[in-house]
Design a protein around this ligand. Structure first.
Ligand SMILES: Nc1ncnc2c1ncn2[C@@H]1O[C@H](COP(=O)(O)OP(=O)(O)OP(=O)(O)O)[C@@H](O)[C@H]1O
Length: 826
């Protein structure tokens, strides 16, 4: 025991007598050499010098003895021993208990005991220090093992626990005392190399939905790998794609951890665990893509192009989209550090979209089997502004849903405060299920290709809706059921301030009905006609196209290529903001939103050397953070007029001072051969029949801006054929009047590039367009709060409604409430 070491007395008998059970230890620890030394000093025995010498001797002998008997010492000195531990207290009692000693002896003993006390203190402090050293060494060792295991692609089953738990997002369970016990189960399972899940194409089920240990372990690996900052370059580099995936996964994980650190519930962590891997591609049937669609996954991290079977509608991508949305909305944190991807949607809606996709897939197959030639047909519309449809590849069957169970305000966060939701919900409770009979049809708003739209009031409420009524038999006869289905599917997905909200859908008397948000302000085509010179002033045009751009961005994120942009389809809501409507020509496809982090030096865009940019993008487009002076989701715009060294492809260039991550949610690989659109708005690639993708929306976006500014479309001919020829062959010209800014023309020029691959937006979608100087200073996130150029004339609307026979005669009251409520939403 420790106390024995300091009792280096020649009075062995005394010691043996008084130290009790320690006596043996004393003897056992005394060396013969010590004893000899003591003998040699007998001549001084009894003198003070002798005592002092002995004191020093005893101390030095103690040190050497302790060193020699370190194992013993270690056994006797626990790491927890402190100054008040038994080992400390043992020496002192011995002094006071001794009664037969002379004064000198007592003094000597006193000195010895003091010295022993000091030595004990010293030793104990060393011991106490030594213990943490030992545990620290263990920890380092454990960390080292962990790192080395990770470098070899495996996670240690046991040794890594201690450090893993520090990185765990799961709150430590209080009833689990040891840190290793608090490690989530998934961490304790053996893992496999990081790259394996992403390489395993044949793996059944997305890792997003799978709860298998493998997927969870993948998170584990990523967490460890990122936390030890393992340089990617040190990994085997024979597979570049894998390397990038690992890098991305690792950094994505960091991002997620940053976001979720504030998330206390373990349920969220589970969600994170499953969403971390990149979405796996579901094996798809070629037949789906045959002739009509070639839908692919866009991945900016150089994902190699998969074979056609794999390149298809990607359910897991949508699911990821959904999950990411959920997280970002909840966390509302802004983390500019690592790349991540985010988008908006909610899980239930996404699930709907997935089932819809599956439905379309099956329907497409059925349709192709039934009538392979049908997909080659197309119809021409009557006027140059009417939509062309050449896509019959979709099914003629329609699955009807006649209740509202899937709809709730919870699914549409941006409308959650809307009184119309409450009215619908209440009516559903009251009537069981909704039907046309529960609405008063007040007025016919218009007639489209697949149905008629009515202004309707939900009986017993003051709530107005636009109900699109479609005759199922007519649709089936005219082979338009698939278009109706597509529109319904898309409407169900939407939750965006510039896109329609679908409140309900039902089928009654062979009629399919879609209950949507009503827009009293007419459409942009009508509004433009009312403008001086039949064109909008540039700020107004800028406002409208900016809102359209956000709507298109959202649609592209959801894998919807709109394909029918024109002023007639842009409705003006009662608050003066716009609503893009009419989705029956839209194309559904897969998309893989990615947040790109630029690695190039400031001033060079990583993906495009040309094209105008600024840095005013909100990184997280659905960031719910309130604007403030301290924290903003906007970065200061740091653009400069300095020209880049590289010769620009398009127009005036602005150099980026700082490169920020870019959200890319462009379905760049989606393809369709359908002849779809409106003559004056048709993109050249559609007319040439070369197949088209998402870039057609950016072409039409350019035509729209042109028309809003100049009051006419750029390639309009005397007839439709001439228009089509102009689109393909004629170069873009700008009229001399009205005067339009250079930036506006430059943007139009960038958009109306005939080769889709060189068109602005074709690579990174809206992210590229938003950075154009035309939008300089625009607050994208808050545009919905901006005052619109024009507010609809409510009195005129009220008069119309009255004429339509609105019941109750309380229209004005309703409008007042509604207008206030609507403004509150924004
Ligand atoms: N939510 C709405 N609020 C107000 N008016 C609407 C609404 N939805 C549609 N309309 C109007 O109803 C008319 C018919 O619309 P619908 O979408 O059925 O056909 P469309 O726009 O002509 O296109 P398509 O023929 O391709 O279906 C349009 O003139 C449109 O302005």
């Amino acid at each position: 025991m420790g106390s024995c070491e300091i009792v280096e007395e020649k009075d062995e008998a005394t010691l043996s007598k008084h130290s009790g059970r320690y006596g043996k230890s004393v003897l056992g620890s005394s060396s013969s050499k010590d004893f000899e030394g003591r003998k040699q000093g007998e001549k001084y025995h009894g003198s003070l010098e002798y005592d002092i010498d002995k004191l020093f001797q005893s101390i030095s002998v103690k040190t050497s003895t302790r060193l020699r008997t370190s194992s013993f010492h270690n056994t006797g000195t626990s790491a927890s021993a402190g100054p008040s531990s038994p080992s400390m207290r043992m020496a002192s009692p011995r002094v006071f208990v001794e009664t037969s000693l002379s004064l000198k002896q007592a003094l000597r003993d006193r000195c010895v005991s003091k010295a022993s006390e000091m030595a004990a203190l010293k030793r104990l402090s060393k011991s106490a220090a030594a213990s943490p050293r030992v545990s620290e060494a263990d920890r380092i060792k454990s960390l080292y093992n962990q790192v080395s295991c990770n470098r070899s692609g495996f996670v240690p089953v046991d040794k890594g626990k201690g450090s893993l738990v520090e990185r765990s997002l799961i709150p430590v369970n209080s009833d689990k005392a040891s840190t290793s016990k608090s490690v989530p189960k998934c961490y304790e399972e053996p893992s496999k190399p990081i790259s394996e899940p992403t390489q395993n194409k044949s793996s059944k089920g997305s890792c997003l939905s799978s709860r298998s240990g493998d997927d969870q372990i993948e998170l584990d690996e990523i967490v460890v790998a990122s936390s030890v900052k393992e340089p990617v370059i040190s990994l085997p580099s024979d597979n570049a794609t894998e390397l990038e995936k690992r890098t991305l996964s690792s950094t994505l994980d960091l991002e997620r951890r940053g976001k979720l650190e504030n998330t206390p519930c373990s349920g969220t962590e589970k969600k994170v665990t499953r969403m971390i891997p990149r979405p796996k591609q579901k094996p798809k049937r070629k037949i789906i893509l045959k002739k009509k669609l070639k839908i692919g996954i866009v991945s900016v991290s150089n994902t190699t192009k998969k074979d056609e079977d794999d390149v298809s509608l990607d359910a897991s991508a949508n699911k990821l989209l959904c999950q990411r949305c959920h997280c970002s909305l909840k966390s509302t944190s802004i983390d500019n550090q690592p790349p991540s991807y985010t988008t908006s949607h909610n899980p239930e809606v996404c699930a709907d979209s997935l089932s819809s996709e599956a439905e379309i897939v099956v329907m497409k197959q059925e349709k192709e089997r039934e009538n392979p030639a049908s997909s080659e047909k197309f119809e021409f519309s009557l006027s140059s502004k009417d939509s062309l449809v050449g896509d019959y590849s979709r099914s003629t069957s329609m699955s009807e849903e006649s209740n509202l169970s899937r709809f709730s305000c919870g699914n549409k966060p941006h409308m959650s405060m809307d009184v119309r939701w409450e009215a619908i919900k209440h009516a559903k409770l009251q009537y069981g299920s909704l039907g046309l009979r529960h609405f008063n049809l007040l007025k016919k708003l218009g007639c489209g290709d697949i149905g008629t739209v009515y202004l309707a009031e939900l009986i017993g409420t003051n709530c107005l809706f636009a109900i699109k009524v479609m005759d199922n038999e007519f649709l089936a006869r005219r082979k338009k059921s698939s278009r109706a289905q597509a529109e319904r599917d898309i409407l169900k997905m939407l939750d965006h301030p510039f896109l329609p909200t679908l409140y309900a859908q039902f089928t009654s008397d062979h009629l399919s009905c879609l209950v949507m948000e009503y827009c009293p302000g007419g459409d942009l085509h009508v509004l433009r006609q009312k403008q001086l010179g039949r064109c909008f002033p540039e700020p107004a045009a800028r406002f409208y196209v900016a809102e359209i751009l956000l709507a298109l961005e959202y649609l592209h994120m959801l894998g919807v290529i709109y394909r029918d942009l024109k002023p007639e389809n842009i409705l003006v809501r009662e608050d003066g903001h716009i609503m893009l409507t009419d989705f029956d020509l839209s194309l559904r496809c897969a998309v893989n939103p990615t947040l790109l982090r630029s690695t190039s030096p400031p001033g060079n865009d990583p993906a495009r050397s040309s094209g105008p940019y600024n840095t005013s993008n909100c990184i997280q487009p659905f960031c719910t953070m309130e604007p403030s002076f301290q924290v903003s989701c906007f970065s200061p715009r740091l653009s400069t007029n300095q020209q880049q060294g590289q010769k620009p492809k398009r127009g005036n260039q602005q150099q980026m001072k700082r490169s920020l991550p870019q959200l890319v949610a462009e379905p760049t690989e989606a393809r369709s051969n359908s002849f779809v659109g409106t003559h004056e708005y048709l993109a050249p690639e559609i007319i040439r029949g070369q197949g088209h993708g998402a870039a057609v929306d950016w072409w039409t976006f350019g035509v729209l801006l042109y028309e809003l500014l100049y009051g006419k479309t750029p390639f309009k001919g005397h007839n439709n054929d001439e228009t089509l020829a102009n689109v393909v062959l004629q170069s873009l010209k700008f009229p001399d009047s009205p005067l339009v800014s250079f930036q506006a023309k430059d943007l139009i020029r960038g958009l109306l590039v005939k080769e889709p691959e060189n068109r602005l937006g074709s690579e990174k979608g809206s992210a590229e367009i938003k950075r154009h100087p035309f939008f300089e200073g625009l607050n994208w996130a808050l545009i919905r709060c901006a005052i619109p150029p024009e507010l609809p004339d409510f009195y005129e609307f009220g008069g119309r409604q009255e004429a339509a026979g609105s019941p109750g005669g309380n229209d004005n009251k309703y409008l007042e409430c509604k207008a206030i409520g609507e403004f509150e939403l924004f």
